[in-house]
Design a protein around this ligand. Structure first.
Ligand code: HEM
Length: 419
């Protein structure tokens, strides 16, 4: 992610802990012991290339303070920013102008964020509750009773694409194409991308980008009621998004809309199937679903890692860091910090302070889609578990190949009783 991938892979092979956490495929299934090991070494741990933290307190200080900046051209921070960077100019090696919200600095960040949040309000999101349920029910209608199916392919992946596509006003018929582009582009989030994956991602990004440009051109002539049309035409105090800002923002919303919530839904289903007692309690009292979603976000965070860079020489947790030093903030590790969460490795949907997780980051880059993701996951899970009394694993789930995003590519299940 903007860090020298090869150097990290070599360091990982030599056993360097930070490098292993960021690049070692063996930790894909379980990175949590390594986060504990890192935290035990101190709130901030450094090697030759970078520093890292898995401490909740230190991670919050980094994200909420103003001494660190999200790095332009870096992807992990940038969650989808590598994607966007490349989407704006696939050959761009350095920062592009303008990069997405995820990596721009104030005052530009403040300005763009304000324009977007004016249309993407919690009220606007809450209005979608009924529609989300309809989309979820439609997908569930197609699932055959008694036969094994892949929960990711049939439900967890298409639902967020359909929802974000409707919000943005992009055609839902493009669903499968978006998913293909998204999967190929997501490979760019991890360090040490091989050439083959690079070319695949590059071609996916070109496809997505050029399609999106055409779509925006169409909205200029024939605006609808959707969020993108509003962003194209809205002017506030004489200010509006420039063409490139619009493209970067629209692609960020689209990509963030379907590359993350799929993981939240998939991770939740797996965890609940593994904890039948907790699932039964939620079925009996659905008012617990919102907190259950928070606990999944904490325990199995869909975005595990983000990156910041020291904007000046500074002290962090009492240690000096030079200007320009990258610090990997292990969100998934901060969310297992015993200083904040009692018995952090226990999954408990009734945990009173689950919401203190950093799964949506914190500070100025706090996830703009947090409300949408929470609501969507809670609706999806309720719809699924109401529909199927008996849902059980029907094979071994496969984790996604990425370290930044944590989810499943395949979650085989069987629905025994359809109500
Ligand atoms: C930013 C996580 C869903 C839109 C972020 C960041 C994280 C995150 C960790 C900040 C990264 C950093 O600080 O470097 C998640 C998770 C999601 C989710 C875990 C689902 C479970 C969504 C959805 C949307 C969205 C559904 C929109 C439709 C955004 C945007 C930003 C962002 C626009 C950039 C905000 C800024 O930089 O000001 N998200 N996200 N996210 N997310 Fe999400």
């Amino acid at each position: 992610y903007g860090l020298p991938g090869m150097a990290i892979r070599v360091a990982a092979r030599r056993g360097d802990l930070i490098a292993r956490i960021t690049a070692d495929e063996a930790l894909r299934e379980n990175p949590f012991d390594a986060y504990d090991e890192l935290r035990a070494r101190g709130p901030v741990v450094s090697n030759r290339l970078l520093s890292a933290t898995a401490s909740h307190r230190t991670a919050s200080e980094i994200l909420r303070g103003d001494k660190f900046v999200a790095s332009a051209g870096g992807g992990a921070t940038g969650l989808l920013d590598r994607v966007l960077t490349a989407a704006v100019d696939p050959r761009a090696l350095g920062p592009v102008d303008p990069p997405s919200l995820l990596v721009v600095q104030p005052p530009q960040h403040t300005r763009i964020r304000k324009l977007v949040s004016r249309t993407f309000t919690p009220r606007a999101v809450n209005r979608l509750t009924g529609r989300m349920r309809e989309v979820a029910d439609d997908l569930l209608d197609r699932i055959p009773e008694g036969e094994p199916f892949d929960l990711v392919e049939a439900f967890a992946a298409p639902l967020p694409v359909m929802v974000i596509a409707e919000i943005l006003g992009v055609p839902t018929t493009m669903r499968d194409q978006f998913l293909r582009w998204g999967n190929e582009a997501a490979a760019t989030l991890d360090p040490g991308l091989g050439w083959r994956a690079f070319w695949r991602a590059d071609s996916a990004l070109r496809g997505l980008n050029s399609w999106f440009e055409g779509h925006l051109a169409h909205l200029r002539h024939a605006p609808g009621e959707d969020l993108l049309s509003k962003l194209v035409h809205d002017v506030e105090n004489g200010d509006r998004l420039s063409d490139t800002e619009l493209r970067a923002t629209g692609l960020l919303l689209l990509g963030a809309g379907f590359e993350t919530t799929v993981n939240l839904i998939g991770n939740a289903v797996r965890l609940l199937l593994d904890h039948p007692g907790q699932l039964a309690a939620l079925r009996a009292d659905p008012s617990g679903w919102a907190n259950a979603v928070e606990e999944v976000l904490r325990y199995d965070s869909p975005v595990q890692v983000t990156l910041r860079v020291a904007s000046q020489d500074l002290q962090l947790a009492g240690l000096p860091l030079p200007e320009g030093r990258p610090v990997v903030t292990m969100l998934g590790g901060a969310n297992r910090d015993p200083e904040v969460f009692a018995e952090p490795h226990t999954f408990d949907v009734t945990r009173p302070n689950a919401r203190e997780h950093l799964a949506f980051s914190a500070g100025i880059h706090y996830c703009l889609g947090a409300q949408l993701a929470r609501l969507e996951a809670s609706i999806a899970l309720q719809a699924l578990f109401e529909r199927f009394d008996g849902l059980a694993l029907a094979g071994s789930p496969t984790r996604r190949g990425t370290r930044v995003l944590r989810g499943y590519t395949e979650l085989p299940v069987r629905a025994t009783t359809k109500s």
